[in-house]
Design a protein around this ligand. Sequence first.
Ligand SMILES: [Zn+2]
Ligand SMILES: [Zn+2]
Length: 104
Amino acid sequence: MKLPSIRRTAPPAPSAAGCPELVAAADSAEATAQGGQECQDCRAVGEQTWAHLRMCLTCGHVACCDSSPHRHATAHHHDSGHPVMRSFEPGESWRWCYVHAQLG
Ligand SMILES: [Zn+2]
Ligand SMILES: [Zn+2]
């Protein structure tokens, strides 16, 4: 059986230009972090450990990353629809758009 030939196109270069959420997040003043250096959602369920923290640029919600047991940052995106989180780790300033799964 012969497989149909599929024309491959190069994937778009990763850049904030294709992601309106990241552009908007870069232009707007950053939200103030709510709750300090811990995941409030983990505290609420009695979880003491998480890997890294992310902060929602829309509302300042601080939550744990996808390497943590509860993945509260992703859960916050699903609950709220807020599109962009940034790293809340010292020395890290990258942003992540959940809508386009894109770094910015
Ligand atoms: Zn958490
Ligand atoms: Zn939010």
